[in-house]
Ligand binder design. Structure first.
Ligand code: HEM
Ligand SMILES: Nc1nc2c(c(=O)[nH]1)N[C@H]1C(S)=C(S)[C@@H](COP(=O)(O)O)O[C@H]1N2
Ligand SMILES: [Mo]
Length: 436
């Protein structure tokens, strides 16, 4: 269509690409081709689907419809799928976010290899051939840009490196996910038959038996992935897949321990909260120390009170009064949104349900929990009725048989099964139980 409109001049430009990557002869790898692209693509198809589902679940785990919880208040219709986050199984968030972050990291080599495998398409010449092709190229821009954006923001976030972000991580990563997934669904919809055909064109088992010397290019394809002028092989397809697999495995070993615990904990060298510093009952990960949070001994000392607000006048208790109430225990992990988690810790303290009763709101719809900490979005959180009423939901005073350390939230912190770590507020000062 464009050709017709622009006539002879365009035809000349179209038929003589500028030198370099715009010419087909520039790309000479003999293993680049639809089969390799399809193998990498099918891994990404499964992996990215899991990333998307666990990502959206992670957002739901915030209970963003409760006041003070929502990090992306402008989400509008994109929150259509939200549901009440359960407290059962208690390890749900630990699993969800461990999978999201670990899988995201492990897929990086696969994503890079996939982009390498299709890079000649970036230099397609002429850049615009028809309207349909223009639309497709724009959608590919959203696809590739969206993938790089989601992976980059995710990794920057778990490394606590926010400076390069132009806005709130939560909103960027949330909106980015929807843009990316839109482009991804379109892309998969268009390319799925081609992917299946390419996968069937060669046998994986045979490829894994073929060394470099016997490696031959795939037959020339109409889409221009296969090199027109292939170089002699320097690596087999088996070698390429092995390299990607080894990269992914290395990343797995260097990060997964932060969520799995056990002996892998010590190999989680790339995870900022992977290792355990210190020992004893309070010897498990601290995300933010009291010092870093600006919480002082004066705020948590003798004068500290827990204030309960509900029906009627507020009531206040000091720590000894809380310790004199019925004490309950629960084995629960801390599971951070950034993917790291502790193994189960034995927490003990007062049930949130008992505090709701003391506040005169045994049937509260939600509770707003506020910390003595000032000036941080992590200093408060809201919990929903199902979370208040779970018998394992505690205002913890002790952990593993000892008083909470200051860094773990002394005098009192919240712990709720299956809730994201960020809602397990430390140094709690006030709880406001509300009816609706
Ligand atoms: C296909 C790629 C990805 C998609 C579609 C995706 C999607 C999502 C979504 C929708 C959320 C919830 C956003 C929110 O809480 O506001 C989320 C949260 C998160 N994602 Fe991803 N994600 C992807 C890749 C990654 C990667 C590669 C990492 C890091 C290795 C990562 C790390 C995180 C973290 C740490 C959170 C929790 C954020 C928080 O609430 O604090 N994501 N993801
Ligand atoms: N007041 C307050 N509570 C807080 C935080 C905080 O910064 N301030 N961090 C939260 C986050 S993000 C996590 S993952 C957990 C970590 O708890 P821990 O440091 O005891 O392991 O505490 C949560 N409670
Ligand atoms: Mo966290």
């Amino acid at each position: 269509m464009l050709r017709g409109a622009l006539g002879q001049g365009w035809r000349t430009v179209a038929d003589s690409p500028p030198p370099g990557p715009f010419r087909r002869g520039f790309w000479r790898s003999p293993i680049r081709g639809p089969w390799l692209t399809a193998v990498l693509g099918s891994v990404l198809l499964v992996g990215i689907t899991i990333l998307f589902v666990t990502g959206l679940a992670s957002y739901a785990a915030y209970n963003p419809d409760l006041r003070s919880n929502d990090m992306t208040p402008g989400k509008g219709l994109l929150g259509f799928y939200l549901f009440d986050w359960p407290t059962e199984p208690y390890w749900l968030y630990r699993l969800n976010q461990g999978v999201h972050v670990t899988l995201g990291i492990v897929l990086v080599p696969v994503l890079l290899a996939k982009l390498w495998s299709v890079i000649p398409k970036l230099f397609d010449w002429p850049p615009v051939r028809s309207l349909a092709q223009l639309v497709e190229r724009v959608s590919l821009l959203l696809l590739v840009g969206g993938a790089i954006f989601e992976f980059a923001t995710g990794i920057v976030n778990i490394q606590y490196w926010y400076q390069p972000l132009p806005g709130s991580f939560y909103s960027l990563h949330f909106y980015g996910a929807w843009v990316f997934i839109g482009a991804f669904v379109v892309h998969v919809g268009i390319r799925f038959p081609r992917m299946v055909r390419a996968l069937r064109s060669r046998s994986l088992r045979d490829e894994l038996r073929t060394g470099t010397a016997a490696t031959r290019p795939e037959p020339l394809d109409e889409h221009g992935l296969v090199a027109a002028d292939p170089a002699p092989p320097t690596m087999s397809r088996r070698g390429a897949l092995g390299l990607v697999g080894a990269g992914s495995l290395t990343l797995f070993v260097a990060t997964a321990g932060q969520s799995l615990g056990g002996p892998l904990r010590r190999t989680a060298l790339l995870a900022p909260r992977g290792q355990i510093l210190g020992s004893g009952p309070n010897g498990f990960q601290v995300n933010k120390t009291a010092f870093a949070a600006g919480v002082t001994a004066a705020q948590t000392g003798q004068s500290w009170r827990l204030e309960l607000v509900g029906a009627g006048a507020p009531v206040a208790f000091d720590r000894d009064e809380l310790l004199a109430m019925p004490q309950h225990s629960a084995q629960l992990p801390i599971a951070c949104v950034e993917g790291w988690s502790t193994s189960n810790q034995l927490w003990s303290g007062v049930r949130l349900a008992d505090l709701a009763r003391l506040a005169g709101r045994p049937d509260a719809a939600s509770v707003l929990i506020e910390s003595v900490q000032r000036g941080s979005a992590f200093a408060n959180a809201s919990m929903r009725r199902n979370q208040i009423l779970d018998s394992r939901s505690l205002l913890a005073l002790r952990v593993n048989g000892a008083d909470l350390s200051l860094d773990h939230g002394f005098p009192a912190r919240v712990i709720v099964p299956a809730a994201p770590g960020v809602h397990n507020t430390k140094w709690v000062a006030r709880m406001t139980f509300v009816e609706a």
